[in-house]
Write a protein that binds this ligand. Structure first.
Ligand SMILES: Cc1ncc(COP(=O)(O)O)c(C=O)c1O
Length: 369
């Protein structure tokens, strides 16, 4: 087959469908994307979403913007950086806005990881760190958490080598729910080339470590609007770090990484912090109810949590319990995270009051039948 290119005919090979160059081995090795089961008509306690939705002010702002989407968004939304900086208590130069916390994780790997570089992951934790490290040719090293899933500084130190680029800590930790004390994070900042603290759930906790960014140039704190602010479907989050690190992350991102709607929704959400405070209080009440409800049942052990979910240890098969709850219209997360005994753990997101009650009723029925 021939095509004309300029005034010279060139040969274009005939292609069969599915024929293309060999993809990078890291991509071939990556597990396929797992999509949660279809969840219409089901109580969704499996994705750590905000069941109350965003502030009505956000909804109003989104409606008013519907006709404006023909314009590109700001590649560096300084008004939003300013508002985030005020909310967090840092300077706007310390903020980079990202397409969710996930993109912030991805950008850190883009900026720092050469094939063969190591990343220390405090396990069990959010499995995106391992997946993204591997995708960039990085080598994940695992520092197992101790009793109560606390981080053991000496275990992290043992995993650090001259090839280590970063240590990842999720606090409060998904899926275990516990937060890491500031003193421990300080020690980790002293021994890590870069310390990444993922604070996706910080609004539901007793405090943030973001002040460390002022004292340590190697600390990056990741945040999201997906959880307490209820904007998961819009994909918006941010990272806080020293100015030089923020500039590197900005260079590595795509120019229009966050949409106009997402940026404006985040601004409107920050204008209604009273609403977020209310959501957080309701979630904390729901968390207590779920904890006490499960504590009273035999066959499950809930763990205390500083997030919008609870880790639950099951004395029989967790997958069976998960499936039987699903039959009753309740979706919880069956945990397969590295570092957790397989088929023994579930994660339950705090839902609306009536959803939490439905869950407890269904759980009691399943456990007693
Ligand atoms: C610990 C943690 N970090 C980051 C994220 C990413 O959130 P998003 O990309 O929606 O901001 C999640 C989402 O569940 C999470 O659990």
């Amino acid at each position: 087959m021939w095509e004309i290119c300029g005034n010279k005919p060139i040969a274009v090979p005939q292609r069969n469908q599915g024929m293309f160059p060999k993809p990078r081995q890291e991509v071939l090795n990556a597990p396929p994307l797992t999509v949660p089961a279809k969840l219409e008509g089901v109580v969704r306690l499996n994705l750590n979403e905000n069941p109350y939705g965003p502030s009505p002010k956000v909804v109003e702002r989104l409606r008013s913007l519907a006709g404006k989407v023909s314009r590109y968004p700001s590649p560096d939304p300084s008004d939003l950086c300013q508002r985030i900086a005020e909310y967090v208590g840092v300077d706007p130069e310390n903020v980079v806005v990202t397409a969710g916390g996930d993109e912030a994780i991805d950008l850190l790997f883009k900026v720092f990881i050469n094939p063969g570089d190591e990343v220390v992951i405090t396990t069990p934790t959010f499995d995106v760190y391992e997946a993204r490290a591997s995708l960039y040719g990085g080598v994940p090293k695992f520092a197992l958490r101790g009793t109560g899933f606390d981080i053991l500084v000496e275990e992290v130190a043992k995993q650090i080598s001259p090839r280590t680029k970063a240590v990842f800590v999720c606090s409060p930790n998904n899926p275990t729910g516990n937060a890491t004390p500031l003193g421990v994070l300080k020690k980790l900042a002293e021994l890590s080339p870069i310390l990444v603290v993922d604070e996706a759930y910080v609004e539901f906790s007793n405090g943030s470590c973001v002040g460390l960014v002022n004292d340590f140039d190697n600390v990056v704190v990741l945040r999201t609007f997906s959880k307490a602010f209820g904007l998961a479907g819009l994909r918006i989050g941010y990272a806080i770090a020293c100015e030089q690190l923020v500039e590197l992350m900005k260079k590595a991102k795509l120019p229009f990484n966050t949409s106009t709607l997402a940026q404006q929704a985040a601004l409107a959400a920050l204008d209604d912090l009273g609403y977020v405070k209310w959501v957080v209080e309701e979630v904390k009440k729901g968390r207590d109810l779920l904890y006490r409800g499960m504590e009273a049942l035999s066959g499950v052990k809930p763990y205390q949590s500083q997030a919008n979910f609870l880790l639950v240890e099951v004395s029989s098969s967790a997958s069976e319990l998960h499936n039987r709850l699903l039959e009753k219209g309740i979706a919880v997360r069956l945990l397969r995270n590295r570092g957790l005994v397989p088929d023994r753990f579930l994660r339950v997101t705090v839902g609306l009051r009536e959803e939490n009650e439905l869950f407890l009723e269904a759980l009691e029925e399943v456990l007693s039948s």
